[in-house]
Write a protein that binds this ligand. Sequence first.
Ligand code: THU
Length: 139
Amino acid sequence: MTNQGLLAAKALEMRAMSYTPYSKYNVGAALLTKSGKIYTGCNIENAAYTPSNCAERTAFFKAVSEGEREFVAIAIAGGPAGSEPSEYCPPCGVCRQVMREFCDEKFEIILAKTPEDYKVYTLNEILPMGFGPTNLENT
Ligand code: THU
């Protein structure tokens, strides 16, 4: 299996950890750091709805809170609970903005249906003209 496929497999596996009593849409993520570690995440919902957290941000915040700042790739897999994803799950706008904070143009965003069936995107493709840390350099 390719490295991208291995990361996709971890994202798919993490769907089992999702807490989704409201949407019943389970998302898993696996984030690879430059130091070679993988931080995983799942979506975690809340009865008040807005405190819900996406799988991608769970993975990023776990990693950043452990001191990680440099990232290579993230795999994302999502779909209705209880079955394998039939569509690619694109990251929401808030998660794209979190990626914009820490990731460069080499960062790979892997949208997976299975460990063999995935598509790879760059951040510029999915968040063109994003606002990032450099916009605040002269403040
Ligand atoms: N969700 C994610 O975890 N990641 C995404 O990129 C898209 C949406 C979650 C949020 C919510 O728990 C559920 O999927 C339905 O929106």
